[in-house]
Design a binder for this molecule. Structure first.
Ligand code: HEC
Length: 219
């Protein structure tokens, strides 16, 4: 009798520990980011705008499920509990992979959002954008800028059928003149990035311009 109880006890212990292991596997290990160094407008807003605030989803007009994720005030209106990511609905759905529905955020983007909430979900504007206008290769310059565009501009449903996730895609829109027109926000072009995201810095625009002048290489 005693033996049976023991076996039962230990096997249920094993089962419970399996449950815990299974549970922890669902959460990926996110890269470390220092919460103090995060600046909302530079690091967080572009992730929301590019992955969530598209037309028909969480932009100011559609507000799917009541969530407008296109600016700081409305992002804070629901789903964010400053200091407490695990009780923040907006983080929960990103963490469990149910949002965004068609793409996946990178683990770096996830870490930015989680760390930003944990550090108090503060607003931050006029952030310093580390940029060197003498760096204008695709890999070290242009692709870094485009990473805030690919949430909309990649894959089969790419906005405007413009794919900015590889050098060839960026090249074809660049040669049409529309890339520079849209990031300089000239009249006659749709301003990019959209929905009140800050304009690219002059330095970033210079990087793009120099890359184009240098032949749009995949370098
Ligand atoms: C939230 C989604 C979203 C993000 C983020 C975004 N775009 Fe767009 N972009 C669109 C949509 C939608 C269109 C099509 C607009 C239209 O045709 O009315 C578009 C159009 C464009 C066009 C064509 C403009 C024209 O006048 O013909 C260019 C070029 C472009 N985007 C570049 C970029 C760049 C570069 C970035 C990043 C700095 C960016 N986009 C970020 C959604 C986005």
């Amino acid at each position: 009798m005693m033996h049976k109880v023991k076996v039962l006890f230990f096997s249920s212990l094993l089962f419970v520990s399996f449950l815990f292991v299974g549970e922890s596997c669902k959460h990926e290990n996110l890269p470390y980011i220092n919460g103090d160094s995060i600046c909302f407008e530079r690091d967080i807003l572009p992730i929301f705008v590019s992955n969530c605030a598209m037309t028909g989803c969480h932009d100011a007009n559609t507000r799917a499920e009541g969530y407008d994720l296109s600016n700081y005030t409305s992002i804070m209106r629901r789903g964010i509990k400053p200091g407490d990511p695990t009780n923040s609905k907006t983080w929960e759905v990103i963490d469990d992979g149910s949002m965004p529905p068609r793409t996946n955020m990178t683990s770096l983007q996830k870490s930015y959002i989680k760390t930003w909430i944990a550090a108090g979900a503060k607003n931050g504007i006029n952030c310093f954008v580390g940029c060197d206008s003498n760096v204008f290769t695709y890999s070290a310059g242009v692709s870094k800028i485009m990473s805030q565009c690919t949430g909309c501009h990649s894959g089969t449903n790419a906005s405007g059928r413009i794919d900015l996730s590889n050098a060839a895609g960026v090249k074809s829109i660049a040669l049409s003149g529309r890339l520079v027109g849209s990031v300089k926000q000239l009249s006659g072009f749709v301003s990019m990035p959209p929905y009140g995201s800050p304009k690219l810095s002059d330095c970033q625009i210079t990087q793009i311009q120099k890359w184009i002048n240098n032949g749009c290489k995949n370098d």
